[in-house]
Design a protein around this ligand. Structure first.
Ligand SMILES: Cc1cc2nc3c(=O)[nH]c(=O)nc-3n(C[C@H](O)[C@H](O)[C@H](O)COP(=O)(O)O)c2cc1C
Length: 354
């Protein structure tokens, strides 16, 4: 196994974090398989209710006694603002075109009852989860203090050096450096996402030079070459998402898995069409045809497109699904999580003399 400052702090054997991926991929089976294989499994709990989070944590604990993490979305500053009525009306009309194509009711009522971050975090604390990670911002000093009192290991997400410095100052014990290659939502919270698209090769050493806490490289890492390169650049671990999405234990929709396994490196794009927040995914008809500008901000657009994404998934039609994925697509394989970890470690060990 490969030992780093982070593997020692987390008491894990492999410097591999399975990315928390909200929306279903991170099943208890995937998380436990990763932790049992020596990595750190993580639950993407951003969309889950407090009860769902509690039951997932308890399920994970029946499958592993190794450390694992839970990840939440920090509510952003602009999130409480209601978009203009005209923007909502235009978007509703625009989305009805897709609903007609999918044969689902037009203008469904909008469900804006998102789980409360405070209630979600209460469960993380009550259940004494060993590792808590977050994205989209920084929790309040009160929340950071409660986490510290509980002895929770806290990991924040940065897409720039300034964000990493802010996270360290706020008390994060490690920082994920999320490069522009990364699949899923951008964790950017200080500037516009479009101004914070830094490639991982440039981002990792610059963050490592400016913070004292361990850095976790994330974005486009699919195998031992990516792990060896990240450690060489100054990271203490990697966080891999897309590589775990196609694993046997992943709960990703079969159509999502198939699209990843068949796609090439140029298939993705950063879009805010699905959720109102920038995220990288495989190009679809929905992404290409959504009018730019005038898209309500997250989480309104996320709520407005939910029925469309779900109907598309039910029909096994990828064109209206959000197919989040990073740029390492050609390196994806259908395999178990344990095999992915084993192969990644062996390949990295061959490249770096440990
Ligand atoms: C399907 C999917 C869902 C994701 N959901 C989350 C999430 O809930 N929380 C989070 O911090 N990061 C999330 N991410 C981003 C990952 O943490 C990570 O930065 C990214 O997967 C790394 O790029 P890669 O997919 O090329 O490995 C998600 C990524 C994907 C692909």
């Amino acid at each position: 196994m490969i030992e780093t400052v982070l593997t020692r702090l987390l008491t894990i054997d492999a410097p591999i974090v399975q990315a928390p991926m909200a929306g279903g991929p991170t099943t208890p089976e995937l998380i436990a398989a990763v932790s049992n294989a020596g990595g750190l499994g993580s639950l993407g709990a951003g969309y889950l209710s407090p009860e769902q989070i509690r039951s997932a944590i308890r399920h994970i604990r029946t499958l592993t006694d190794r450390p694992f993490g839970v990840n939440l979305f920090v509510p952003g500053p602009g999130q409480a603002e209601e978009p203009e009525e005209a923007v909502l009306t235009d978007m509703a009309a625009c989305l009805d075109v897709y609903r007609r194509e999918l044969g689902i009711p037009e203008r469904p009522s909008l469900h804006l009852d998102f789980p409360s971050f405070e209630e979600q975090i209460d469960v993380v604390l009550e259940e004494r989860v060993p590792v808590f990670s977050f994205t989209f911002g920084i929790p309040s000093p009160e929340v950071m203090e409660r986490l510290s009192q509980h002895g929770t290991f806290v990991i924040g997400t940065a897409t720039t050096v300034d964000e990493a410095i802010r996270l360290e100052r706020a008390g994060a014990h490690a920082v994920v450096a999320q490069g522009s290659e990364a699949g899923g939502h951008r964790g950017t919270f200080l500037k516009e996402a479009s101004e914070s698209l830094i490639g991982l090769m440039a981002l990792v050493p610059q963050i490592a030079d400016h913070v004292a806490v361990p850095v976790i490289a994330s974005g486009g890492i699919m195998d031992g070459r990516g792990l060896a390169a990240s450690l060489t650049l100054g990271a203490s671990a990697v966080q891999m998402g897309t590589a775990f999405l196609t694993c046997t234990e992943s709960g990703a929709h079969p159509t999502h898995k198939q699209k990843i396994l068949a796609a090439s490196e140029d298939a993705t794009e950063v879009t805010n069409a699905y959720s109102g927040k920038a995220a990288r995914g495989i190009q679809t008809t929905f992404m290409r045809s959504m009018p730019a500008g005038r898209i309500p901000a997250y989480p309104i657009q996320h709520a407005m497109t939910t029925d469309i994404r779900q109907a598309s998934a039910r029909a096994n039609n990828p064109e209206y699904m959000s197919l989040w994925a990073g740029q390492g697509l050609r390196l994806a394989n259908a395999q178990s999580a344990a095999v992915l970890i084993e192969k990644t470690i062996a390949q990295a060990q061959k490249r770096i003399a440990w």
